[in-house]
Design a protein around this ligand. Structure first.
Ligand code: PRP
Ligand code: URA
Length: 209
């Protein structure tokens, strides 16, 4: 299916099991989302370009490598995407963070934009949009639209769990965007929740209900 990559690292899969578990409380849920986000970021950044430099070690000069290419930007979709920011920043602490706010209208399920605040050089950055859930794909597609409208060209999407419906929507509307998931689930239920999913990610992260 399209540009979707399921990150099958055993540690990601192990931690995802506890994230899914309905018995997992807010504190542990938050910690696990943070940890999985770090592990996913490690996998996603595997192919970042590097350039050769010389470094003087205490012993002699050595050839070594530093990151090259575009600077990175993280774009959490409010609110649940916030739970993944710190985990990614542990690996790429210099990334700038832009925020886009969408919620799903409970009746129409359409994403409603309520906040957009981006780094001014967003058009020059390689962006990673982050959100735990890719359900219908409405929120992520709208977030990517909002970024492209402001000049962004280089965008990846990273979610913990995706449904085939959401993957299909992003693949159709944004074929240039690679999608990274910890799991591709079976589908959506009548309320457009991911099945089996993890329930309401925002509520579980922030303890609301
Ligand atoms: C959730 C989730 C995604 C969206 C996914 O957010 O964090 O942003 O739903 O659903 P979709 O793919 O069908 O658009 P929600 O709207 O519940 O808002 P919240 O993060 O503020 O809880
Ligand atoms: N949003 C969530 O938080 N969970 C789902 O399963 C779908 C959308």
């Amino acid at each position: 299916m399209g540009n979707v990559h399921v990150l099958e690292h055993p540690l990601i899969q192990h931690k995802l099991t506890f994230i899914r578990n309905a018995e997992t409380g807010t504190k542990e849920f938050r910690e696990l989302v943070d940890e999985v986000s770090t592990l996913m970021a490690f996998e996603i950044t595997r192919k970042l370009p590097v350039r050769e430099v010389n470094v003087q070690t205490p012993v002699r000069e050595a050839k070594s490598y530093v990151l090259a290419g575009k600077k990175l930007g993280l774009i959490p979709i409010l609110r649940a995407g916030l739970g993944m920011v710190d985990g990614v920043l542990k690996l790429i602490p210099a990334a700038k963070v832009g925020h886009v706010g969408f919620y799903r209208d409970p009746e129409t399920l359409e994403p409603i934009e309520y906040y957009v605040k981006l780094p001014s050089d967003v058009h020059e950055r390689e962006l990673i949009v982050i959100d735990p859930m890719l359900a219908t794909g409405g929120s992520a597609a709208a977030a990517i639209d909002a970024l492209k409208k402001r000049g962004a060209k280089n965008i990846k999407l990273m979610c913990l769990v995706g449904a085939p419906e959401g993957v299909e929507k992003i693949t159709q509307e944004h074929p240039d965007v690679d999608i990274y998931l910890a799991a591709l689930d079976e589908g959506l239920n009548e309320k457009s929740y991911i099945v089996p999913g993890m329930g309401d990610a925002g509520d579980r992260l922030f303890g609301t209900k």
